[in-house]
Write a protein that binds this ligand. Structure first.
Ligand code: BT5
Length: 257
């Protein structure tokens, strides 16, 4: 199968395809600073400096994944709308993957995981970044890395919990067709947001491990408790053993085994 994305076009979007970049988020941010309007998709086959949150790396074997960044210009109130756009992108990613594999869920803050009993594997990650111009938030870049046709034997070189659609379904997937489904879903949810529909409730519905005992690992501490949900500002809400409710803006959550 000729699976290159070089000639990919998507109606309603402007696709900027690059064979290889440092990070699609970096390219999209430069475009944002240069005044590009929303609807831009930066798409690549290979990243030499793919970024995760908190200065972590995103690794992907060239030509096997979906690696892209979307540029948005959120309406006011900017920060709230930006959070909603990130949520709707997560929902779209979930819907796209769920058509191929039923057991997917969102893992706070922005991962897509396959769950199986108490086990979980990460199939995609998202990195949302706000661009600031003249001291004010000006645009939002949502970066998405989805492991599509990564062979199972390569997955352990990416991350301990990494999985791919190939590994989960047993067959390789046409990346262009998958991207079509995803971008159409984003366009649909974004139109709904502009019409006043908050994606928050639907997003929360899909959140993994609600009501279960989890550990939250932050840059400074590790805290156990029951995952109660996510606040309007996107913070994770944890009911601690002493009964207090704590909120976490940054961190990683894992199911207590
Ligand atoms: C994320 O960060 O999950 C955000 C990933 C966003 C990647 C996209 S690719 C297109 C765009 N351009 C970029 O430069 N970035 C975005 P975080 O939650 O911090 O997870 C990072 C961690 O995931 C790493 O420390 C590894 O443990 C793990 N990891 C790295 N590559 C992976 C992969 N391909 N699959 C699963 N896990 C991975």
């Amino acid at each position: 199968m000729d699976d290159t994305l070089r000639n990919y076009i998507a109606s309603g979007w402007r696709v900027d395809y690059r064979e290889r970049v440092d990070s699609t988020n970096v390219i999209a941010e430069a475009a944002g600073h240069a005044g590009a309007s929303e609807g831009l998709v930066v798409l690549t086959e290979e990243q030499t400096a793919g970024r995760g949150r908190l200065h972590r790396q995103w690794l992907a074997p060239p030509g096997t994944c979906l690696l892209l960044s979307l540029l948005f210009r959120p309406a006011e109130p900017f920060v709230r709308q930006a959070a909603r756009i990130t949520m709707l992108c997560g929902l779209s990613l979930l819907e796209t993957v769920r058509a191929l594999h039923p057991s997917v869920a969102l893992k706070w803050p922005n991962d897509l995981i396959v769950t199986e009993g108490g086990a979980w594997r990460k199939v995609a990650g998202m990195l949302s970044e706000i661009g600031v111009a003249e001291g004010k938030p000006a645009f939002l870049v949502v970066g998405i890395g989805l492991n599509v046709n990564v062979p199972p034997d390569v997955l352990p070189t990416l991350a301990p919990h990494a999985t791919s659609l190939l590994a989960e379904t047993g067959h390789s997937i046409d990346r262009a067709a998958l991207l079509d489904v995803f971008l159409e879903s984003v366009a649909h949810h974004y139109a709904q947001l502009r019409a006043g529909v908050d994606p928050g409730p639907a997003w929360r519905e899909q959140l993994a491990w609600r009501g279960e005992l989890v550990d939250v690992l932050t840059p400074t501490e590790s805290v156990g408790g029951v995952l109660e949900g996510v606040a309007d500002d996107g913070a994770l809400l944890l009911r601690c053993p002493d009964g207090t409710l704590r909120s976490f803006a940054v961190g990683d959550v894992s199911l207590r085994r």
